[in-house]
Design a protein around this ligand. Structure first.
Ligand code: HEM
Length: 547
């Protein structure tokens, strides 16, 4: 936990950082306009406003003032160039590995080198593994994913029917989002209360770690509470790396020990993995090509390490497992965090996406009916499998619309230029510049989305389903998962899991939320965090239950 003295130290370091970033700011960006002005007072005010109130105001102002152009905003890390135009998105999508890098931007933001170590940055083979082996395996492991989803719901929203007294039968289960506080609804205080983050964390660790990442044949699985705790811990500890950025570069190594507990987590993960890795190396040696190795993330990582000329080490794999866990939970620069560093659920992009979808389902009962009808039809024809999810077009559109309006970040496609770069409109930016696409303003641009402030769950449904833009598919006007070579490699898994969760939910539960507006979000820097206090109530449906 960060104590008061440490907090003061961080704040002082933060202020010094802003001053020094201003004094040593990049003069090569003088040709790029700034909505905040360029003098010291503006720089300071805008950097602090950005942290306290989030970046939405300044980004929308810049979008109006400089349509289709670039502008810059001051941040703790110096100027950040914001790109407003569709041609900019296309330019980034087409850029080569030698021209710009996402991982450099992420390192600059989270200081991975001080929390996860440099090998991960120098040879990011884990990203390819997630994009290829991990994603390819979703289909034939789908049964396990589905089973875990059903079990997690059963465990956390117990079926009160037939278990409790008659008077309890009609009551809803309280599901507080995401903190576990008892609340009331229609004067009823429910005896059973759980919180969404519990469900999602169980789903995540069973369905992602247990089934898909580590594989069920291992001794260590997502079912181990300690293992789960380590992975959850990684999400918030890696995120705290953001604070390391406030310290001067030579002190950042020490600062990371002060503000994060990453070293301890890495060593605990190492203890879990070492025996497994050693055993596999031994079996490989003894059995050679006769060895039927487990088809799981550790094997894929080991193969990828060898293929890229790197020695296999448990320490390195530990760091990559923790990173994958972090990426799946916090999901990089674009996704939400919580500054409640020491308590509450870990920030989580699945949680963010599922929470936003759940709120919108509660606000759109007619949408729920249409999705329910679709899910019932598809499941009765196909059963639960990946192909069936692919036929749930209403549900997919609903998710895409939720992510359009409630993405977890205001920016996307953060990149660092590795060489001078000229965009197709002739704007040239120097090597080292940090850039990002204005996700929030573009997702609310009426030229891209007519009537953009209205949530229209079926806005993306097409009569010809083959042409429907899907929730997992980046397009030039939808940036939730980034775009191009470095788009989120875990997006197909994320959408598979979200669709399974929501399809199961509408089929098996009724739900209601207090209030009839979208609960207020909390914004800081580029992060948008759904309300932590809305109350959603669940009741098991009596008819047509499918699971
Ligand atoms: C709703 C859930 C998710 C959202 C909204 C999301 C969003 C993103 C975005 C915006 C990026 C940056 C893309 C770019 O710059 O073009 C990203 C990168 C990434 N995501 Fe996701 N993501 C999600 C779930 C996941 C999951 C489940 C995994 C892993 C299983 C994952 C692993 C990664 C990794 C490894 C990267 C790349 C990091 C790097 O390049 O170093 N994400 N994600």
């Amino acid at each position: 936990m960060v104590d008061f003295t440490t907090t003061q130290l961080i704040m002082a370091a933060g202020l010094i950082a802003i001053f020094s970033r201003f004094l040593f700011k990049n003069r090569d960006l003088d040709h790029i306009p700034s909505v905040a002005g360029s003098n010291m007072a503006f720089y300071l005010f805008s950097s602090i406003e950005h942290i306290i109130f989030g970046s939405t105001r300044v980004l929308r102002k810049g979008y109006k003032q400089y349509p289709n152009q670039a502008f810059k905003i001051p941040t703790f890390d110096g100027w950040l160039v914001i790109l407003n135009g569709t041609h900019h998105v296309e330019d980034i999508r087409r850029a080569s590995e030698a021209q710009m890098s996402a991982i450099c931007s992420l390192d600059a933001y989270f200081r991975y080198r001080h929390t996860l170590g440099c090998p991960l940055l120098d040879n990011p083979f884990h990203v390819d593994v997630i994009r290829k082996d991990f994603t390819r395996n979703i289909e034939h492991r789908y049964e396990e994913i589905y089973e875990e989803v059903v079990n997690a719901y059963k465990e956390l929203i117990p079926d009160t029917q037939g278990v409790h007294f008659e008077q309890l039968l009609s009551k809803y289960i309280h599901l507080l989002v995401p903190y576990n506080r008892l609340g009331t609804f229609e004067g009823i205080r429910s005896p059973d209360s759980s919180c969404l983050s519990d469900i999602l964390s169980i789903l995540r660790w069973r369905a992602i770690i247990h089934s898909n990442i580590l594989g069920s044949r291992l001794d260590i699985t997502g079912d181990s509470p300690e293992f789960r705790q380590i992975c959850l811990g990684a999400a918030s500890e890696v995120f705290k790396g953001r604070l390391v950025r406030f310290f001067p570069t030579p002190l950042q190594g020490h600062a990371s020990r002060l503000v994060t507990n990453m070293r301890a987590l890495r060593s605990k993960m190492d203890q879990f993995l070492r025996p497994v890795v050693d055993l596999r190396l031994e079996q490989q040696k003894v059995l050679g090509s006769d060895w039927q190795k487990p088809n799981d993330l550790i094997s894929w990582f080991m193969d990828a390490a060898l293929a890229t000329g790197q020695d296999i080490s448990a320490t390195d794999l530990s760091s990559r497992i923790l990173f994958t866990s972090f990426a799946a939970i916090v999901t990089t620069a674009a996704v939400s965090s919580s500054v409640r560093w020491s308590e509450g659920p870990s920030p989580n992009s699945h949680l963010q996406a599922a929470t936003a979808a759940l709120y919108q389902l509660c606000l759109n009962p007619r949408g729920v009916e249409a999705i329910r009808e679709e899910v019932e039809k598809v499941i009765s024809e196909e059963g639960w499998n990946k192909a069936a999810l692919g036929r749930m077009y209403y549900l997919d559109s609903f998710l895409r619309e939720t992510q359009r309006m409630h993405s977890a970040g205001t920016l996307s496609m953060g990149r660092t230029l590795l060489e001078d770069f000229m965009f197709s409109d002739g704007v040239t930016l120097p090597k080292g510049t940090k850039i990002a696409v204005n996700l929030d303003a573009r997702h609310y641009d009426e030229k891209l989305y007519p009537d953009p402030d209205r949530f229209d769950g079926f806005r993306h449904v097409r009569l010809d389903s083959d042409s429907q833009p899907l929730a997992a598919t980046p397009t030039l006007e939808y940036h939730t998962f980034g775009h191009g070579r470095e788009a989120c490699p875990g997006r197909f898994f994320a959408i598979t899991q979200l669709k399974t969760m929501l399809a199961h939910l509408v089929l098996n539960y009724d739900f209601r939320m207090e209030g009839n507006t979208y609960p207020p979000t909390w914004k800081t820097e580029v992060n948008v965090i759904p309300s932590m206090f809305a109350q959603v109530l669940f009741r098991r449906r009596r008819a047509k239950s499918k699971a």
